[in-house]
Design a protein around this ligand. Structure first.
Ligand SMILES: NC(=O)c1ccc[n+]([C@@H]2O[C@H](COP(=O)([O-])OP(=O)(O)OC[C@H]3O[C@@H](n4cnc5c(N)ncnc54)[C@H](OP(=O)(O)O)[C@@H]3O)[C@@H](O)[C@H]2O)c1
Length: 312
């Protein structure tokens, strides 16, 4: 099979398009013929070796933590998924930037009927991160006010829609060019962080989701009401600030979860969540996608298209 492979850690220049053996699924695994794979800001970090110790990544490395494709082989202990099933997943071990990849029933769910494989590939990692932050950790409730930073990005664009689907009032931040997008996907109040400080508008919020960090995180504690919560996915909360404001804080490291992904599928097929895909590139352009992911200014998601959409 063709794959994008790194034989050393480094920048986009270490990504090579080359022949690799098709992986063999173990008894509890499935082999998937890939149609598309999402791109994430974690890809350049993993590629440069930053996470090698923490996550045990090893060379040769095939990136790609989002997959959408068709099951072509199942291990003996696989019970629910069948050959021919259209699936999508957040791949814990990556491997999605290839013509075939390995997954399992703990991470793969049936793809939403209403989405193409390309659009489906944009969903799993970032939508699950938003879900686990707002629903699992934040226990978001209807009527609450949520501040979502980076609302135009991969995580933020799903977070806005999940929060709205749960009946929350949503304030979201992004730059000037993305104000229209924040409104389109349901933000009640859109703040242009290049023109206005969010703390001038957001007060007494129940939850903050912060995928930006640094100064944005530092200024977020003061807008949360007593007993409320700041959830960060990029850096740790400052305990002294949490105490000072009488609020709670949490850092989330997201993980694959087929059951939660199936709940997200239901919201997508009910028309409550629409992925925002700003760029579709061929697999051979993986290095270009990696450079864009590193900017932290992607609108919605970038997807690598690996094969044509299956007919029927
Ligand atoms: N811990 C975890 O499990 C986990 C999981 C997923 C992602 N992450 C991390 O979370 C971060 C976001 O991921 P992502 O996929 O959403 O990234 P992304 O697609 O690159 O989106 C980032 C968004 O942030 C916005 N932004 C940049 N600076 C901002 C600022 N000062 N204030 C408000 N918005 C700002 C950008 O909008 P403009 O272009 O309009 O500025 C962009 O749309 C990344 O660092 C990623 O590695 C962590």
């Amino acid at each position: 099979m063709k794959a994008i492979v790194a034989h050393e850690y480094g920048g986009p220049e270490v990504l090579k398009y080359e022949e690799m053996p098709v992986p063999e699924p173990k008894e509890n695994e499935i082999l998937v013929r890939m149609i598309a794979s999402g791109v994430n800001p974690a890809d350049p970090l993993i590629l440069n070796g930053e996470f090698a110790k923490e996550f045990g990544t090893h060379l040769p490395l095939i990136l790609g933590y989002d997959m959408a494709g068709v099951v072509v082989k199942t291990g003996a202990k696989v019970t629910k998924l069948k050959v021919g099933n259209p699936v999508y997943a957040y791949l814990l071990w990556g491997g999605g930037w290839a013509e075939y990849c390995i997954s399992n029933e703990g991470e793969s769910a049936i793809k939403p009927k209403s989405l193409s494989f390309v659009d489906a590939a944009s969903v799993p990692l970032t939508a699950l991160t938003a879900w686990q932050a707002l629903v699992d950790i934040g226990k978001i409730q209807a009527g609450q006010t949520v501040l979502i930073h980076g609302g135009s990005g991969g995580v933020g664009s799903f977070a806005i829609q999940i929060a709205k689907a749960r009946g929350a009032h949503v304030i979201a931040t992004a730059s000037t060019a993305n104000q229209d997008l924040l409104k389109q996907i349901g933000a009640d109040i859109a703040i242009d962080y290049t023109k206005q400080k969010f703390e001038e508008i957001a007060h007494d919020v129940d939850l903050v989701l912060d995928p930006v960090g640094r100064d944005t995180l530092a200024r977020s504690y003061g807008v949360v009401k007593k007993g409320g919560m700041v959830i960060t996915i990029v850096s740790r909360c400052d305990e002294a600030e949490l105490k000072k404001h009488g609020i709670r804080g949490a850092y989330l490291s997201s993980h694959p979860n087929a059951v939660e992904l199936a709940e997200i599928t239901n919201l997508i097929d009910a028309g409550k969540i629409k992925p925002v895909v700003s760029q579709v590139l061929p697999l051979t352009d993986a290095a270009k996608a990696d450079v864009q992911a590193e900017t932290h200014h992607t609108r919605g998601k970038i997807v690598l298209k690996i094969a044509d959409e299956p007919k029927g």
